[in-house]
Ligand binder design. Structure first.
Ligand SMILES: Cc1ncc(C[n+]2csc(CCOP(=O)(O)OP(=O)(O)O)c2C)c(N)n1
Ligand SMILES: [Mg+2]
Length: 282
């Protein structure tokens, strides 16, 4: 059984941070020895959301902002699959913001990797929910007038049990973060800084490199208040690493009929079993 993930020619711009994320994903899955047929990559729409096209893995490319609903459906019907969602900051925090906050409340066992380039890349550079206030974009000629969304603080307040950040310019660290997120039993939120070399001339590789620092070894990721403080640190210094990690019961485990027994997709279906239910409605 192979655990090697094939790569396919991407249509991303040369130098895009998405390449490093793909390299890291391949390495993380191979090091975890998860064979491609046991993993599925789900996305929405955007440059980041093209990820399932460029790696040999089960894939589902949904609608803009709608990566999470099919991912949740896949996980509930086949709990043995490693379900990973990869999508952009717009897809996740903008159009998909509603699904994002409710997926966290449910604590479904999936790993969510957000390619956060702080811009709408595919549609040519409009401000996204994470674009800084005042930043001039192709749509905001005199600067963005809204406060940026703080993704990690949001997922923490919604009760996420795994909250982390990485930078595509630091691949070894990104690989570790991805492995931790995939192994975490519950909803794992990993926000990844991914410079967009064409449409965001502010948040460049150099910009992130100057600011990001690894959380110190003695940082206690079970301390909620400390995690919240770190989640709000976004300026001259920005921490990367696991900000918060605690054990929580996953959504699928709250249903005995899913928790016990084989995945739903492998169970025998007998239409006659529905007869009793139908009679109750008559
Ligand atoms: C409902 C809906 N609204 C808007 C669009 C247009 N649209 C497609 S991709 C995109 C932006 C994607 O940005 P992001 O999710 O940050 O991904 P990136 O391209 O930056 O990787 C938009 C606005 C759409 N396809 N569907
Ligand atoms: Mg984006």
């Amino acid at each position: 059984m192979t655990t090697e993930y094939k790569l396919y020619e991407p249509a991303w711009c040369p130098g895009c941070g998405n390449f490093m994320i793909r390299t890291a994903l391949k390495q993380a899955l191979e090091e975890l020895e998860i064979p491609p047929h046991e993993a599925v990559l789900v996305s929405g729409i955007g440059q980041a959301a093209k990820a399932p096209h460029y790696i040999g893995i089960n894939g589902f490319n949904g609608l803009h902002g709608r990566a999470l609903p099919p991912a949740i459906g896949i996980k509930l019907s086949n709990k043995n699959l490693n379900v990973i969602v990869e999508s952009g900051d717009g897809d996740t925090y903008g159009e998909g913001g509603n699904h994002f906050i409710h997926a966290i409340r449910r604590n479904i066992n999936i790993a969510h990797f957000v390619h956060d380039n702080q811009i709408y890349g595919l549609t040519k550079g409009q401000g996204s929910p994470t674009t800084a206030m005042g930043q001039v974009t192709t749509l905001h000629f005199d600067g963005v007038k809204s406060e940026p969304l703080k993704p990690l603080a949001l997922s923490l307040t919604m009760g996420a049990g795994f909250v982390a950040r990485a930078f595509s310019g630091d691949i070894p660290h990104l690989v570790e973060m991805m492995k931790e997120a995939i192994l975490y039993k519950g909803y794992a939120h990993l926000d990844i800084f991914q410079p967009c070399v064409v449409w965001n001339k502010v948040n460049t590789f150099a910009w992130y490199k100057e600011r990001v620092y690894h959380l110190p070894d003695d940082y206690d990721y079970t301390d909620y208040d400390a995690a919240y403080k770190k989640a709000m640190e976004f300026g001259d210094r920005i921490p990367i690493g696991i900000l918060y990690k605690v054990e929580k019961e996953s959504y699928e485990d709250k249903f005995e009929f899913i928790k016990d027994g084989p995945p739903l997709v492998n169970r025998e279906l007998n239409p006659l079993d529905a007869e009793k239910l139908m009679r109750d409605f008559m």
